[in-house]
Design a protein around this ligand. Structure first.
Ligand code: G
Ligand code: G
Ligand code: MN
Ligand code: NA
Length: 254
């Protein structure tokens, strides 16, 4: 309960901030974009990670307001980078299930894009299979609006939920993000390797792009490259960075 109060204050007092983790295109090594990851600069505590507070945001419904703030903050940053000649960098934001149900997500996105003069194709949304499956009719409707506007949509933590092939085809999505659980032991566990390859092949037959998250070693990278994965994200290439460090990385030419 204390945490909830502190989070309400965090939102009002601008204690929340976004870090950016680069995504890399496997064929060229070029920067494919970045995932915005929420952080909390909590007075007297230092930098707090979402593992400590995202469940509170979700359980209390605060995630709806914080989620709108995240979309605004990401668009503000994309616009700032554009005007400073950094990029263009496509930024992916994580979107919680409740944001599809308890607010007008398309309107919030539209307002943020216009406010900062951001082209819609520079904003990507990451949502989990679970978010897709709960309230799926409404969620499909909102996704269709967002796609119509020109946004990209990715399914996060793919493989851990329960979406079927037939279902996937019904959703207006662009990309699957293979969950870290299948990437971690991809070079040593044949089952994980088989699942990762199956996801990649399935994605490609549905004309979807596929990204692997949590890539930490060269061996994982080699395996994913040989399996025809499109993009990777993980500590091997970069930790999540401050906006300033992200700009430096983009300037350095990768
Ligand atoms: O950044 P990692 O650094 O610790 O993130 C941990 C978890 O928190 C991940 O599952 C991630 O999806 C979630 N998370 C991080 N940033 C956001 C955000 O902006 N919105 C939502 N809904 N979840 C986030
Ligand atoms: O659930 P989601 O994919 O949105 O959250 C991404 C999470 O994965 C963040 O907590 C981020 O810090 C973490 N992460 C990113 N790259 C790596 C990695 O290479 N290894 C591990 N273990 N975690 C990572
Ligand atoms: Mn994510
Ligand atoms: Na993920």
């Amino acid at each position: 309960l204390d945490l909830e109060l502190a989070l309400r204050r965090a939102l009002e007092q601008e204690q929340l901030l976004l870090y950016y983790q680069p995504k890399v295109q496997l064929d060229t090594g070029a920067l494919a974009g970045a995932e915005a990851l929420l952080r909390w600069q909590r007075p007297d505590y230092g930098l707090v990670y979402p593992a400590e507070f995202v469940s509170v945001l979700e359980d209390t419904g605060l995630i709806v307001r914080v989620g709108a703030w995240i979309i605004d903050a990401a668009c503000r940053q994309i616009g700032q980078w554009l005007r400073n000649g950094v990029g263009p960098v496509r930024v992916a934001v994580n979107v919680a299930s409740r944001q599809f149900v308890e607010c007008d997500l398309a309107q919030i996105v539209q307002t943020a894009l216009q406010r900062y003069g951001v082209p819609p194709e520079l904003l990507e949304l990451e949502l989990t299979e679970t978010a897709l499956m709960s309230n799926s009719e409404r969620t499909i409707g909102v996704l269709a609006q967002l796609k119509e506007m020109g946004l990209k949509v990715a399914i996060d933590d793919f493989g851990t939920g329960y979406s079927s092939l037939a279902y996937l085809q019904r959703f207006p999505i662009d990309k699957l993000k293979i969950d870290i659980a299948f990437v971690r032991d991809i070079t040593t566990n044949p089952n994980d390797a088989a699942i990762a390859r199956a996801i990649i092949n399935m994605a490609h037959s549905l004309k979807l792009r596929v990204i692997a998250e949590g890539v930490e070693t060269d061996d994982q990278l080699d395996y994913l490259r040989h399996s025809d994965c499109d993009e990777i994200q993980g500590f091997l290439f970069s930790q999540p960075l401050t906006a300033a460090d992200m700009a430096t990385l983009v300037h350095s030419g990768r």
